[in-house]
Design a protein around this ligand. Structure first.
Ligand SMILES: NC(=O)c1ccc[n+]([C@@H]2O[C@H](COP(=O)([O-])OP(=O)(O)OC[C@H]3O[C@@H](n4cnc5c(N)ncnc54)[C@H](OP(=O)(O)O)[C@@H]3O)[C@@H](O)[C@H]2O)c1
Length: 227
């Protein structure tokens, strides 16, 4: 069977290196083309890419989407730290190609996001999200905390206090969602134990997105639960 050609953006970064390791261990796909900050795009090579995985920085996205749109190639993007305006590039490109963006590629966080819907039945509680990440993380609060906050506010039908962001040590990512009343507290918590969880999720998402025929804006939950 033909191996899937993956184009990797941000290949020299922490996540890029982890993703390359997962791909080389997989057997069903290869990194056929890598883009780093100083690469001049080779369109002959870009045309052979079946799906892109981008874990780089917000400024890379317009160029990545331009290349992918030109060759009608799906894009999985895990980059975080976008402004609202920058995020509109994803929606615009998704009219022509399949685009999957997730602030957190772990399947566990996808499940946590779904679980937050249950808080609609206790929407009178007070809510607070907390996140912990390694000291080198550039964006604050994390993209995951922002996504969880959006899901939470949608579920409970009200604004909740901003997520608390704590930076220290080498923490890969811990997210807690507290629901508090006068009588009880319930906390949903997800801990990423390593960076591999995001890399595995991104590769799973890429293999899935490559099979999607329709352009559109997909989410990591769609990989688990269907669109
Ligand atoms: N969705 C998820 O599950 C998830 C999980 C972890 C991290 N992330 C996000 O993924 C992104 C990368 O994280 P990381 O920890 O791997 O960061 P990193 O170690 O700083 O790596 C980013 C890589 O992207 C490259 N890059 C930056 N701008 C570029 C551009 N314009 N064109 C091409 N390459 C460019 C960087 O090159 P230089 O070294 O030359 O700058 C670097 O090699 C961040 O936004 C992070 O928050 C998402």
């Amino acid at each position: 069977m033909k191996k899937l050609n993956i184009g990797l953006v941000g290949a020299n970064g922490r996540m890029g290196r982890e993703i390359a390791d997962i791909i080389s261990a997989h057997g069903g796909c290869d990194v056929s083309y890598s883009l780093s900050r100083d690469t001049k795009v080779n369109h002959e090579q870009a045309a052979k890419v079946d799906v892109w995985i981008d874990f780089s920085s917000p400024e890379a996205l317009p160029e990545v989407l331009k290349i992918a749109s030109r060759h009608k190639t799906p894009v999985v993007c895990g980059t975080t730290g976008f402004t609202k305006k920058e995020k509109t590039h994803l929606a615009k490109a998704s009219k022509n190609i399949p685009v999957l963006w997730a602030s957190n590629m772990s399947m566990g966080v996808a499940v946590l996001n779904e679980a937050l819907k249950m808080f609609s039945s206790i929407s009178n509680f007070d809510f607070q999200i907390e996140e912990f990440h390694h000291i080198r993380k550039k964006d604050k609060p994390s993209g995951t905390a922002i996504t969880l906050q959006e899901s939470l506010e949608k579920a409970v039908g009200k604004k909740c206090p901003e997520p608390l962001a704590i930076r220290g040590g080498g923490i890969f990512g811990v997210h807690k969602v507290h629901a508090m009343s006068e009588e009880e507290v319930i906390t949903f918590e997800h801990s990423a134990l390593n960076r591999t969880v995001f890399a595995k999720g991104a590769v799973t998402a890429a293999l899935w997105l490559a099979k999607q025929k329709k352009p559109g804006l997909y989410q990591i939950r769609d990989v688990l639960f269907g669109k």
